[in-house]
Write a protein that binds this ligand. Structure first.
Ligand SMILES: Cc1cc2nc3c(=O)[nH]c(=O)nc-3n(C[C@H](O)[C@H](O)[C@H](O)COP(=O)(O)OP(=O)(O)OC[C@H]3O[C@@H](n4cnc5c(N)ncnc54)[C@H](O)[C@@H]3O)c2cc1C
Length: 310
């Protein structure tokens, strides 16, 4: 790491008591447990710390673009050293509060660092329906909103009333539903360029009986039992092309169980690539390329990646 380049930034972070680590392996920050080193990873705990980080980055000219990560459950980190600061939401605000709209509707105000599993637990304990599809989706609320995470039954965009963001200029905005352009595993915001930090979301749930929630969750429990959840992975590698399942296509072109180094196309679900130990980022990337090429040449189908590669 270039100490001179970061000296001002590191001093500023220390003075503001913001947590950071130098020369960290990104494998610890991705659910597939693969990745090279980063010069610097910073862990803001709240908006105040995030804004001081943004100001420090600017004052110390430490790169216009900074990597934003949640729990890294959808990100493959390459072997190349990351020479711009990574900002992790692992320790960011995970508070949750309830605003009752009326007898039937509840709006949850949730910090971006909160894992989806905890939101679902809260909803279940308090008889709130609408987020049962969070079952088995790892990651933070912020990552889920950016990815419009979900399943064929529902996606987080359907239950998001508004979000709060901080731009790379350190400006805070509340963005209402009409300006949130959710699409398949993506969010764009009208009038805002992509480099923003999601800090909070307002989720609209409804009162439901315990038995109804349990019944709804069964659908997702069943689905998740067909996925290799015990292995290190990034969830589905490819988006489903319109009307077809990427997993079925991969199986049909003969890649189930296919491996490269320590990376395997899961026997359980062909749209998952799992790290059985010692897999390298390049193993995953070459598996992705081989699968894409064969899907195109044998089926005429273009498989687009769902995961992000950094
Ligand atoms: C076993 C397994 C099962 C999965 N099942 C599903 C599933 O059923 N459905 C589904 O949709 N996904 C699924 N996923 C993928 C993944 O869990 C989701 O996309 C999740 O929402 C990502 O959250 P994260 O915090 O890990 O985000 P990350 O992977 O860290 O980041 C994802 C993207 O969001 C951005 N981002 C993260 N946090 C913020 C923030 N606060 N502000 C702005 N941008 C941010 C990052 O820059 C990146 O572009 C699965 C993954 C695994 C490993």
């Amino acid at each position: 790491m270039n100490k001179n380049r970061y000296a001002g930034l590191l001093n500023g972070l220390k003075a503001s008591k913001v947590e950071f680590l130098e020369n960290e392996s990104m494998s610890a920050y991705s659910s597939i447990k693969i990745g090279g080193l980063t010069d610097l990873i910073i862990f803001p705990k709240n908006e105040r710390e995030l804004v001081s980080i943004i100001n420090l980055l600017k004052v110390n000219s430490c790169g216009y673009y900074n990597y934003i990560i949640g729990r890294g459950t959808n990100i493959l980190f390459k072997d190349d050293r990351i020479c711009l600061p990574v900002i992790s939401f692992k320790k960011f605000n995970a508070n949750l509060s309830e605003n009752k709209k009326n007898k039937l509707e509840i709006v949850l105000e949730v910090g971006a660092g909160m894992p989806l599993s905890k939101i679902l637990n809260h909803a279940m304990k308090n008889n709130m329906g609408g987020c049962e599809f969070f079952y088995g989706i790892p990651g933070t609320l912020g990552g889920a909103v950016k990815m419009n995470a979900g399943s064929k039954e529902s996606v987080i965009g359907n239950i998001t009333n508004a979000i709060e963001i901080i731009t790379d200029e350190g400006l805070k905005y509340i963005i209402k539903k009409n300006d949130l352009k959710f699409s398949y595993r993506n969010l764009d915001i009208n009038g805002i360029k992509d480099n923003y930090f999601i800090t909070k979301a307002y989720l609209k749930l409804y009162k439901a009986s315990e038995s109804k929630i349990a019944e709804n969750i069964q659908i997702f429990k069943k689905r998740k039992s067909s996925q290799p959840l015990g292995d290190f992975s990034l969830g589905c590698i490819f988006k489903n092309p319109p009307g077809v399942s990427a997993g079925e296509i991969i199986e049909e072109i003969g890649f189930k169980g296919f491996s490269k180094g320590g990376a395997f196309v899961s026997e359980k679900h062909a749209n998952f690539i799992v790290n059985k130990g010692g897999a390298k980022p390049d193993d995953i990337i070459s598996l992705i390329k081989i699968i894409q090429e064969k899907a195109l040449s044998h089926k005429g189908i273009k498989l687009d990646m769902e995961i992000k590669i950094i």
